[in-house]
Structures are given as structure tokens and as C-alpha cells.
Write a protein that binds this ligand. Structure first.
Ligand SMILES: O=C(O)c1cccc(C(=O)CC[C@H]2O[C@@H](n3cnc4c(=O)[nH]cnc43)[C@H](O)[C@@H]2O)c1
Length: 244
């Protein structure tokens, strides 16, 4: 049976998931990436903490997809929520699409995106993709229903992937209004685009570690965010093994 592949940025975002595989987990090296492989219930699962940022995320996703042929990729970790979305620290967000928030050109007349530059980042069967990368509708809808049944505050919407994180209210407002984003992160667009290239379903669920506001790391709660996200991913995996 093809595994579910879980990709995080840092090991802290994968610790609980790895514990859940603990009694049958084995290390596995694929290319330059170290993973943990095991079974969750009856479901084969491979977990990889690939490193921070979209370069690590894309490299790991490509290497692992080529080798494992997973049935589903789950990208999880933490995220910064934009103000006024209804997301607080410890809440969850699931992506219906990812936006490559930095890919474009800054001109004296303002910022232009890849479409305005006539520069798709990927073309498949005559369909051109610019800054917006779709994720699995079926998987994100399942996540919404599961959260609803479990009394978990989860918001579905557009995620923005950045290389320069927003450390001011002004930058956060600019990005969220430009793209209609609910939260930002540093890897999701890369994982989603690589999955799209390989034709593999992709789900992205993140816990909110911080609100995007004037930079104040004291207000962050990364442990709470990554615990919430991993507990939810475990529930999701359990749900996948249930007969329809
Ligand atoms: O030092 C800072 O100001 C700073 C700003 C944003 C993120 C960090 C991190 O240490 C976490 C990076 C890590 O977590 C994801 N993440 C969490 N919150 C955000 C955010 O507000 N903007 C972008 N990414 C965020 C991200 O996916 C990374 O994996 C430090």
C-alpha cells in the first residue's frame, strides 16, 4: 500500500507524529533527507522534517515523491495568522490554495505578479499556473468536516508562502489583502507545487503559532501550535483507515 508522506520544516513539528509510530518506526534515508517510516494503525506513513523554507521543502518533496509514490502528502507545522480572520494562537488552518507571495517584480508603479509578467511557474496540459497553486479539494473538505465533528476551530482558505516573513502589521495587511490570505508560512507553496507536478494529492494543515503583527516573539506559542496541528493530523490519519 502506498504510504502517506508527512512533510514538516523542523523536527519539533513532527515529534508527536513520530511518537505515534514509535513501536514500529524505522529511519530511512532518501537522497539527502532522513525520514521515519512506520505504520499508524494499518496505514503506512513516512515522516520527514525537511528544513525551513521553500528550497528545502521543494527539494525534499521532489526526492521523496520520486522514491515513495505516496497516496497523499500532508504538509504540517506552524503559521502566522493575519489579523481579523478569526484565527487565534493554537487554532488550525487548512489550505484550499497556496500563493507564492514573493514571486513577482517590484516596479516604481507597484508589485506585479507572475501572470502580469507572463511567466507561469508551471504548465500542465495547457493549464498555466502563476502564483496560485491549488491543493486537494477532497482532502481539505475532509479536514473541515473532521474538525467540525471534533469541535476544533479550523479555518479553510488561502495560505501565502513567503521567504521574507511579515514582521509588521502593514506588511501583513498588504499580503493578506493582495491575495485574500488567511495565514502565511515558508514552505507550503513549494510542497503544493511539487505535488501538482507529480500529480499527487496534497493537504496542508497548520497550527497558528503567532498573529502577523509588529514583531514580538514573546507573544508566540510554537509548542501549542505544533501540538494542535499534529493531534489533528493523527485524527485525520485515523479517519483515513475508517471504512467509508
Ligand atoms: O524571527 C522572526 O521574526 C520570525 C518570523 C516568522 C517566522 C519565524 C520562525 O521562527 C518560524 C518559521 C517557521 O514557522 C512557520 N511560520 C510560523 N509563523 C510564521 C509567520 O508569521 N510567517 C511565516 N512563516 C511562519 C514557517 O513555515 C517556518 O517553517 C520567525
Amino acid at each position: 500500500m502506498n504510504p502517506v508522506l508527512i512533510i514538516t520544516a523542523v523536527p519539533q513539528e513532527a515529534g508527536l507524529l513520530e511518537q505515534a509510530l514509535a513501536c514500529n518506526a524505522l529511519p530511512l534515508t532518501i537522497g539527502a533527507f532522513t525520514c521515519v517510516q512506520g505504520v499508524c494503525g494499518t496505514l503506512p506513513v513516512t515522516i520527514c522534517a525537511a528544513g525551513v523554507g521553500k528550497i528545502n521543502a521543494a527539494a525534499a518533496t521532489a526526492a521523496l515523491l520520486g522514491h515513495l509514490r505516496p497516496r497523499l502528502v500532508i504538509n504540517t507545522g506552524c503559521a502566522g495568522a493575519y489579523a481579523g480572520i478569526g484565527l487565534g494562537i493554537g487554532d488550525l488552518a487548512v489550505a484550499d490554495k497556496e500563493v507564492l507571495g514573493d514571486e513577482g517584480v517590484m516596479t516604481s508603479a507597484g508589485w506585479l505578479d507572475l501572470q502580469q509578467m507572463k511567466m507561469p511557474c508551471f504548465t500542465k496540459e495547457d493549464q498555466q499556473y502563476f502564483n496560485e497553486i491549488p491543493l486537494s479539494v477532497v482532502a481539505s473538505e475532509k479536514a473541515v468536516h473532521l474538525a467540525g465533528r471534533s469541535g476544533i476551530n479550523l479555518v479553510r482558505g488561502t495560505f501565502i508562502t513567503v521567504s521574507t516573513c511579515s514582521g509588521t502589521i502593514q506588511q501583513g495587511e498588504q499580503l493578506s489583502s493582495r491575495f485574500g490570505g488567511i495565514c502565511e508560512n515558508m514552505e507550503g507553496g513549494a510542497v503544493a507545487l511539487t505535488c501538482l507536478r507529480y500529480g499527487v494529492e496534497c493537504l496542508e494543515v497548520r497550527g497558528v503559532s503567532n498573529l502577523v503583527e509588529e514583531r514580538n516573539m514573546k507573544a508566540w506559542d510554537i509548542p501549542r501550535a505544533v501540538e494542535a496541528a499534529q493531534q489533528f493530523v493523527l485524527k485525520y490519519l485515523e479517519e483515513m483507515t475508517r471504512p467509508e
